[in-house]
Design a protein. Structure first.
Length: 367
């Protein structure tokens, strides 16, 4: 087999790569002893680039097109090998082809729930998964940092690393976004763009570009989802009282349609009591309104008793006392009593009578 490879390398002078797979990112063109004839044809197709590697060092870079490998289009190789003018001998070099198209539908997802602090629910655990697209952005960086000497490098060789990179940043990025848990489903597009922008520098360091990241689902633990379902059901029901009455009416209808059923008697009795209670509640506000339409009784006026000449007089109203104060029959020293007073009190010390004495001059001093 080694002899056949040697003879094949002597006669074949066309270097090209036809990708038959959907996941190959880098392919090294195999030749016996890595010998390339001077003047060999190098074909680089669309979505490809090729790099000549000489003794482990990246040399010349070729974009899509057809090339005849000579000293005039291999300046770096010529310099590295110090080829003389007119050099036409076979030379040793490795040719690496890079697939520059997008690699789509690569998967990512959380193996374990991630913790997140939410404003409404507090600490919650979330699971998430989705897909992303990636392509080679810098072939030289990619071969130095990732590929190395691997002659056939595919997405399977790096997908685990990229997935772990996304997940390691996902929790912190989700926390920075400040999107409430209940609003995450409505913000998948915004969240996808935000995550893509945040992790792009990490991919660029590998010579890659993440062109799109999709968040397909973010889910809560079953217990939390069950609580949310109950909460949603209560929101759909709305007024629980009206809903209960509706259910009672439906039960009565079902019982009426099946009078032979034993349960219908109990249901009918229970529903009858419920409706009777409802009717009493319905009519009671009307009677209350009728009662409230009658004015309340006139409040009772405070009654006062007066000690005059050693005798109890009264009861008097406040207006009667005011007139007696003006006439001089009741003085500051006159004793007054009402239900609010604990004992007989001087008129000047009763709060509601003090204002009447303020406008009356005091008694003349004795001469």
């Amino acid at each position: 087999m080694g002899l056949f490879d040697k003879l094949f390398g002597e006669f074949v002078d066309v270097i090209e790569w036809l990708d038959q797979s959907s996941n190959t990112m880098v392919y090294r063109f195999e030749r016996y002893g890595n010998e390339i004839k001077y003047g060999a044809k190098l074909t680089v197709r669309e979505s490809q680039v090729a790099i000549l590697v000489n003794e482990g060092k990246a040399a010349d870079f070729f974009e899509p097109g057809m090339y005849e490998l000579q000293t005039n289009n291999m300046p770096i190789m010529t310099t590295l090998e110090n080829w003389p003018h007119g050099f036409q001998s076979p030379f040793k070099a490795e040719v690496y082809f890079f697939n520059m198209r997008r690699f789509v539908d690569l998967k990512w997802g959380t193996k374990n729930p991630i913790m997140l602090r939410d404003v409404e629910f507090g600490a919650v655990r979330l699971r998430a998964f989705g897909s992303y697209c990636v392509r080679i952005n810098d072939p030289l960086t990619f071969i130095k940092e990732i590929v190395g000497t691997n002659g056939h490098f595919s997405t399977e060789d790096i997908s685990d690393q990229l997935r772990n990179l996304i997940l390691s940043r996902f929790a912190s990025i989700l926390g920075e976004s400040k999107i409430p848990v209940l609003d995450l489903a409505g913000n998948y597009d915004d969240l996808s763009e935000y995550i893509t922008a945040k992790i792009s520098p990490e991919f660029i360091a590998y010579g890659l570009e993440i062109t799109k990241l999709l968040v397909e689902n973010i889910s809560l633990p079953p217990a939390v989802e069950e609580a949310l379902d109950k909460r949603t059901s209560m929101g759909v029901i709305g007024n629980l009282k009206d809903y209960t009455e509706f259910q009672a009416a439906e039960a009565m209808k079902a019982a009426a349609e099946n009078p032979s059923g034993g349960a219908s008697e109990g249901i009918g009795m229970g529903m009858g009591f419920a409706l009777a209670n409802k009717m009493s509640q319905t009519f009671s506000p009307a009677s209350n309104n009728a009662t409230q339409s009658t004015p309340p009784p006139i409040p009772q006026q405070t009654q006062y008793f007066v000690a005059l000449n050693g005798q109890q007089s009264g009861p008097f109203s406040l207006a009667d006392l005011a007139n007696q104060i003006k006439s001089g029959a009741v003085t500051r020293q006159t004793l007054i009593w009402n239900q609010a007073l604990v004992e007989w009190t001087k008129a000047s010390e009763v709060a509601e009578l003090a204002s009447y004495f303020s406008v009356m001059p005091p008694p003349l001093p004795t001469q």
